[in-house]
Design a protein around this ligand. Structure first.
Ligand SMILES: Nc1ncnc2c1ncn2[C@@H]1O[C@H](COP(=O)(O)OP(=O)(O)OP(=O)(O)O)[C@@H](O)[C@H]1O
Length: 282
């Protein structure tokens, strides 16, 4: 699809929560400037689940960090709820590929960490933290240390940590990339359930999800945004027509296979790679 057609598909209707407006990012590395993002424009609607896919190094993490305000863009702008993002914003919870739990703290105290860091009173959030842990099946693990949890359980705990301050936006950067295939599939279903159950002020959370797995992107998302090799640009946006709620049976939906294959073909054409470690994963 041409970029013009992709742009038309960017506006399915609804309230825009995240607006990326001609955004670019140039890093000043020791070896010279690195252009990571070029002229990205994208609107993400409130309550939408958007997956970002693209070849390794195309700037997916850069875009996520820019939306969160951890490293603002160097040209263009990003607006969240109409406000330009210039510094870290509290509206965002982040989940990374590594759970990044502090191993000397209990699971509960890890979940409460953002409260402490933002100067809040952890005691006031204790019940909410325990409820979140129960929601992800870790009710009996609150007092354990992270080292006593499996990889999937640690990722669930990091999801609770991202949700503790009830942010309307969740940015998830390859959160299940390090998990085995079965656990990853389970976590996908778990995430959709949690997304369905957790809301901020009655409004479903907006999720931006980076993955190298095309079927994972299609399974989870309302729209899949495809980025080009560096400097990252939006090369395509596809709406996923698979109905919700999605479940384990959805994996047999022919539309999932069809759209995944189309995206896979497009991405492997763009990278010139097939089935390599850094190419798209089928
Ligand atoms: N702090 C930095 N300084 C200099 N260059 C950087 C920095 N962070 C990222 N880059 C470069 O910017 C480009 C985009 O990196 P980024 O991590 O955003 O890509 P990505 O799509 O998330 O990659 P992957 O899929 O491998 O995780 C890469 O070429 C990377 O080397």
């Amino acid at each position: 699809m041409s970029s013009a057609a992709a742009t038309q598909e960017e506006a399915p209707g609804g309230r825009t929560l995240i607006e990326v407006d001609h955004a670019g990012m140039i890093y000043q590395a020791d070896s010279g400037p690195v252009e990571a993002l070029r002229d990205i424009s994208l609107r993400i609607l409130e309550g939408e689940f958007v997956a970002l896919v693209g070849p390794s190094g195309c700037g997916k993490s850069t875009l996520m960090r820019a939306i969160a305000g951890l490293r603002p863009v160097t040209s263009g702008r990003i607006l969240v709820d109409g406000v330009p993002v210039e510094k870290p914003i509290p509206k965002v919870g982040m989940v990374f590929q590594a759970a990044l739990l502090l191993k000397w703290r209990s699971v509960l105290d890890n979940v409460l960490l953002p409260v402490e860091l933002s100067g809040g009173n952890p005691a006031q959030y204790r019940e909410r933290a325990l409820a979140l842990l129960r929601m992800v099946g870790l009710g009996d693990f609150a007092a354990k240390r992270p080292g006593e949890l499996s990889g999937g359980m640690q990722q669930r705990a990091s999801l609770c940590r991202a949700l503790i301050m009830d942010p309307p936006i969740l940015l998830m950067d390859e959160p299940f990339g390090a998990l085995d295939a079965m656990t990853r599939d389970e976590m996908n279903i778990e995430l959709l359930r949690i997304w369905g159950e957790s809301s901020t002020g009655g409004q479903r959370k907006t999720i931006v999800f980076v993955t190298h797995s095309i079927p994972e992107a299609v399974f989870l998302a309302d729209r899949v945004v495809v980025m080009s090799p560096r400097p990252g640009r939006v090369s395509n946006i596809r709406t996923v027509e698979i109905p919700r709620p999605r479940s384990a049976e959805t994996r047999a939906d022919p539309e999932l296979g069809r759209l995944s294959f189309e995206l896979y073909t497009e991405l492997s054409g763009a990278t010139g790679r097939r089935e390599t470690r850094s190419g798209p994963q089928w």
